[in-house]
Design a protein around this ligand. Structure first.
Ligand code: COA
Ligand code: UVW
Length: 331
């Protein structure tokens, strides 16, 4: 059974309810049909009921799936009051909270916070920043975590690197320029994500344009410091840095560039030094190597909310819903 099928199979047993905030998006409707048919989770669609039903008519069987319109829902005012209470110290007014609670992304986030659902998936038509802003403000980070980040499981066909072609890339969606402390947290959170989804041990490479002192720059110093912090905070984790991508992945290159490293040539988790490298890197591997990019899986939130790429397919949405159900059952 391949990894995706395994994840879907495990999600089936969790019995979770996941809200899909973009009921108006056609891929989301197709995904909702598959999720129902395969019994992966119970879903709730947000949006205008008439428009959603017209969109699905004759194409997708969404019968039996609950649709809630945040504009008219009897719960909207209750959620607005909750938002006001949570954010009044930060200048939130009841008028602003009422306006925000009518927006599907904010409404869905408030459903998660109220435990009316187990998790939320959106991002097929919403930019990442607009999805995470409410999550950061309402859901907050899990205990002991300072920074929320995101990871992609990359499944690369005909590839011997990582764990038989499977790797985790982070952070590819959230933190534009993490400092050394935040980069270390991203690595530790990524190991946790890996352990939740994979059987193999995590082997973390802290990526850079330098391998073991081959270049000197303050950007390299940040990665060296982050590696030191990971080793200090999580001494059981297998981690090394700073490593270039080829030294991290390819045993032959590792022998030359980092002969003493146990991780070099065997890494399955790639921690990118900042978001430009991470976001560009995952999209290049996805498109040029025809890799499946599962995610972005968010890490470090107190309750599960997951983003999608706006370039996602319906199958991608199904997979992220399955992962969200698994995260919900592990919290
Ligand atoms: C996600 C993002 C919007 C947050 O930026 P922001 O809203 O300006 O954040 P702010 O610094 O104003 O902080 C707002 C709140 O979010 C919290 N926050 C911001 N980033 C956070 C993070 N990574 N983890 C946890 N909390 C975070 C702040 O602590 C703050 O909380 P508070 O209001 O309760 O004090 C920003 O990091 C961003 O735009 N990232 C890039 C997203 C993107 O475009 N990705 C590329 C495509 S996937
Ligand atoms: C994760 C990501 O890059 O999302 P999008 O393609 O929607 O910007």
């Amino acid at each position: 059974m391949d990894l995706i099928e395994k994840i879907r199979q495990r999600a089936r047993g969790t019995n979770k309810t996941i809200v899909l905030a973009e009921g108006i998006d056609e891929r989301t409707l197709k995904a909702a049909e598959v999720i129902k048919k395969e019994n992966i989770a119970k879903t709730i669609l947000l949006g205008n009921e008439k428009k959603i039903k017209e969109q699905a008519e004759g194409k997708y069987d969404i019968s039996g799936i609950e649709i809630i319109d945040p504009q008219t829902s009897p719960k909207t005012q209750e959620y607005a009051s909750l938002l006001y209470e949570l954010r009044k110290q930060k200048g939130m007014t009841i008028e602003k909270a009422t306006e925000l609670a009518r927006d599907p992304i904010w409404y869905g986030t408030l459903m998660v916070k109220s435990k009316d659902v187990d998790g939320m998936v959106a991002g097929a038509i919403t930019a990442t920043a607009d999805l995470f802003r409410p999550a950061f403000q309402i859901i907050k980070t899990a205990p002991g975590i300072g920074v929320v980040s995101s990871a992609f499981i990359m499944i690369v066909p005909d590839c011997e690197y990582g764990s038989n072609g499977i790797m985790l890339f982070a952070d590819c969606a959230i933190n534009p320029n993490p400092n050394a402390q935040q980069l270390a947290e991203i690595a530790i959170s990524s190991a946790k994500t890996w352990k939740a989804l994979m059987d193999d041990d995590p082997r973390i490479a802290m990526l850079s344009f330098s391998t073991k002192g081959s270049a000197q720059h303050e950007m390299v110093d940040k990665v060296i410091e982050a590696t030191r912090i990971v080793k200090e905070k999580a001494p059981d984790l297998m981690v090394d840095g700073e490593l270039q991508a080829d030294a991290a992945l390819v045993p032959k290159v590792a022998k030359t560039k980092a002969p003493d490293s146990k991780i070099a040539g065997h890494a399955n988790i790639m921690i990118f030094p900042e978001l430009e490298a991470g976001n560009i890197g995952y999209k290049l591997v996805q498109r040029l190597a025809k890799a499946e990019a599962v995610g972005p899986i968010s890490q470090g939130l107190a309750m599960p909310i997951n983003d999608l790429s706006r370039g996602c397919s319906a199958e991608d949405i199904v997979n992220v819903v399955a992962i969200t159900a698994l995260q919900a059952s592990n919290m």
